[in-house]
Write a protein that binds this ligand. Structure first.
Ligand code: SAM
Length: 279
């Protein structure tokens, strides 16, 4: 079952949090000359056209990048993200929104490597044409959980693993915990960033508790809800980052209130920034 298409959701408030976090981590990895590896488990199509029927259907991007594009916030990691979107839209009109692979493609150095897994045939094929033929960037039409086993650890021994399932298969909430435990055993120095939706508060907290009890040290939770909790519907999203850069918590302390002010509906948003497990 692969009915989820990210093109309907690209650029929404959840993508803003995810992609700001991703970019902040990539920039941190670039502080050392040594190349890194970026591993994307659920890559999507790579880039999205804002005026496509899919993105226009519910106009979700208007809750996210639509409110930020072309703005200056004075916050380094947010402005850097907005600038990166700007490079994809040189006319000054928001025509293209990058997926997670494109964010790294634009930010990485020629020596940094990328390995991207995506199962959906159409998204795989878009991604393949986006990256073209490059020795440093490989696209695999492979199951995310298999890819974590077969492609990690990377030769570079440093890098970011982005785990961004659609959660259309409810089992994903359980699979993530065991897949993360195994992947962390193979690549314990790696930074892992797991995206999660806030759909129903009790279930969200149960998922976070399971992650926090997985026996993995040094996990940071970053969450932004644009609306108060309700019975159903996505009111927010978060990232759990394993081995976060030491700069990330301080960056998010500054960024989250600004994102909340700019993206929340009628000042009813909330944020969480907490060390889930100790170093
Ligand atoms: N990471 C992307 C981004 O930020 O631009 C969005 C990814 S989207 C939330 C999830 C993607 O995972 C979809 O494109 C879907 O086709 C793909 N997918 C779902 N199950 C998968 C699996 N088991 N293995 C690999 N890809 C999968």
């Amino acid at each position: 079952m692969l009915s989820y298409r990210h093109s309907y959701h690209a650029g929404n408030f959840a993508d803003v949090l995810k992609h700001c976090t991703q970019l902040a981590i990539i920039e941190y990895l670039k502080r050392k000359d040594k190349p890194f590896c970026y591993h994307d488990t659920h890559s999507g199509a790579g880039v999205y056209t804002v005026y496509s029927a899919e993105m226009q259907k519910n106009g979700e991007y208007q809750s996210g990048i639509g409110k930020l594009f072309g703005r200056r916030t004075g916050v380094g990691i947010i402005d850097h993200y907005i600038d990166l979107i700007g490079t994809l839209n040189p006319t000054g009109r928001l025509n293209n929104y990058p997926g997670s692979p494109q964010i790294t493609l634009l930010a990485r150095r020629p020596t940094d490597r990328m390995q991207l897994t995506e199962l959906h045939p159409a998204d795989y094929s878009h991604l393949q044409s986006l990256v073209g033929k490059s020795k440093k960037v490989k696209v695999y039409q492979q199951d995310a959980w298999q890819g974590l086993k077969s492609l990690l650890p990377p030769a570079e021994k440093r890098g970011l693993v982005l785990i961004d399932p659609s959660y259309e298969v409810k089992q994903d909430y359980k699979t993530i915990v065991s897949a993360l435990q195994q992947a962390h055993k193979r690549f314990s120095s790696g930074i892992f960033a797991i995206w999660y939706p806030v759909l129903e508060r009790k279930a969200t907290e149960q998922f976070i508790d399971r992650l926090a009890s997985a026996g993995i040290p040094n996990m940071l939770r970053i969450e932004h809800c644009i609306l108060p909790d309700v019975e159903s519907g996505m009111t927010g999203s978060g990232m759990v980052v394993v081995n976060p850069p030491y700069t990330l918590k301080a960056d998010m302390e500054i960024a989250l209130p600004v994102l909340d002010k700019l993206l929340s509906e009628g000042m009813s948003g909330s944020t969480v920034l907490e060390q889930l497990t100790e170093e």
